[in-house]
Design a protein around this ligand. Structure first.
Ligand SMILES: Cc1ncc(COP(=O)(O)O)c(C=O)c1O
Length: 401
């Protein structure tokens, strides 16, 4: 009988296994467990980049009229419909997550001028905290820091109990970058709304790994990366989501010419384009966007429910191996055991995690280290086989032994 630790039957039964072939193979012998930092290249992405380069060579400036101008919104629609559960015209793929976060946060504060408090988690991803600190300094706002459990994360009650009539905005990751703890998007959004506050979701570790259902969950504002689970490429443009009802009401703090109505009339004053196009800024990087488009299309094709199911199966399997092999050697799980509360990576804690991560990388197993004591094992569902998990964690076991 097959052992519970054997990856073969799991890979044989994997409905997404065929998607492995849609990616450029890794170098022989490499086990890639970092798709939650930088996703692997799809074959289609490389094709798209070649195609855009050919268009650039032949069509030159005419490429803009041929479709480049609207590409951030065209790709945004694919992402909205196929991955985020949002409506057409609610998502743009443009700029970086950091810049988008700043823009939406400032617009949110402007929409709540009397309120002076912004809430953020102390273990939130650095860029989110730094942006909050910068805006708070500029505007003399108060920051309320949330302290969640380092493994289980924040409960809905931990978060909603902090809302009051001075709260303007909560900035929060739907999946924590370190522990992978998931927050209940709908419950938090509803509680914020009842308190008159806004929530700006960072979906960097959620987009393409779990269903986030923007419309069904009533989300107002969100941003996220496309270079992680969406396999968009290094530095690929990020996305921003603004619920349709807010798009014209909120004011973007950067009035760039790509948000201008009748852009090429080059008018004397700024008149913002209606809709999500009014949230663009400057000239988009078309080569990066084309690569991201292919990654996003592939994610939409695979389907977010199938991706979520495999993310759960992979992390469950990794936890079985951790319990059997690594816990007796001094490791512990730094992510929730409840699969409904966990994204598609796990943190393995060990006092010597930094050195162990380095040793794994030297042996061609590529996870990443997160201070102070976590080996972060990313199990990006479209590119990770159960055999990769087995190989990666058995290498860790050998190192510990
Ligand atoms: C939660 C979160 N937000 C933001 C970012 C990165 O932002 P940017 O793409 O602007 O570098 C990351 C990157 O890992 C992240 O994990």
């Amino acid at each position: 009988m097959a052992s519970q630790l054997d990856p073969e039957p799991l890979d044989a039964a994997d409905p997404l296994a065929a998607f492995h072939d849609r990616f450029v193979p890794t170098e022989p012998g490499v086990v890639y467990l970092d798709g939650n930092s930088l996703g692997r290249p799809t074959k289609a992405s490389l094709g798209q980049v070649n195609e855009v380069s050919a268009t650039w060579s032949t069509r030159l400036i005419r490429g803009w009229e041929d479709g480049w101008l609207e590409l951030p919104l065209v790709v945004g629609d694919v992402l909205a419909k196929g991955v985020l559960g949002a409506q057409p015209g609610e998502v743009a793929v443009t700029d970086s997550t950091t810049v988008n976060l700043y823009r939406l946060a400032v617009a949110a504060f402007d929409a709540r001028p009397v309120r002076r408090t912004v809430i953020v988690e102390r273990s939130e991803f650095p860029t989110d905290r730094y942006i909050v600190e910068g805006i708070a300094r500029e505007r003399d706002l108060e920051i309320r820091w949330l302290d969640g459990d380092s493994v289980e994360g924040l409960s809905t009650d931990d978060i909603t109990a902090t809302f009051d009539d001075d709260t303007a905005l909560l900035i929060l990751s739907a999946v924590n970058y370190r522990s992978a703890a998931i927050v209940d998007i709908k419950a938090v959004t509803n509680a914020a709304r009842a308190a008159g506050a806004l929530v700006l979701w960072d979906l960097s570790h959620a987009g393409g790994s779990i269903p986030v259902e923007m419309t069904a969950n009533g989300v107002d504002l969100a941003v996220g990366c496309t270079y992680k689970y969406l396999n968009g490429g290094p530095g690929a443009p990020a996305f921003l989501y603004v619920r349709r009802e807010f798009q014209d009401e909120l004011r973007p703090p950067i009035q760039g010419w790509f948000a201008q109505a009748r852009q090429f009339e080059m008018g004397p004053t700024f008149e913002r384009r209606a809709g999500i196009g009014g949230w663009l800024v400057g000239t988009p990087g078309i080569i990066g966007l084309a690569a991201a488009q292919a990654g996003i299309e592939l994610t939409a094709e695979a389907g977010i429910d199938a991706i979520r199911a495999k993310g759960i199966a992979l992390t469950e399997y990794a936890i079985v191996l951790l319990d059997a092999w690594l816990a007796p050697l001094g490791c512990s799980l730094g992510s929730p055991r409840d699969s409904t509360r966990r994204g598609a990576h796990i943190s393995i804690r060990h006092p010597d995690a930094r050195r162990l991560t380095r040793a794994l990388i030297d042996r061609n197993v590529l996870p990443d280290f997160r201070a102070p004591d976590s080996i972060r094992v990313g199990l990006s569902p479209l590119t990770t086989a159960f055999a990769d998990v087995h190989r990666g964690l058995s290498t860790l076991r050998q190192l510990l032994e």
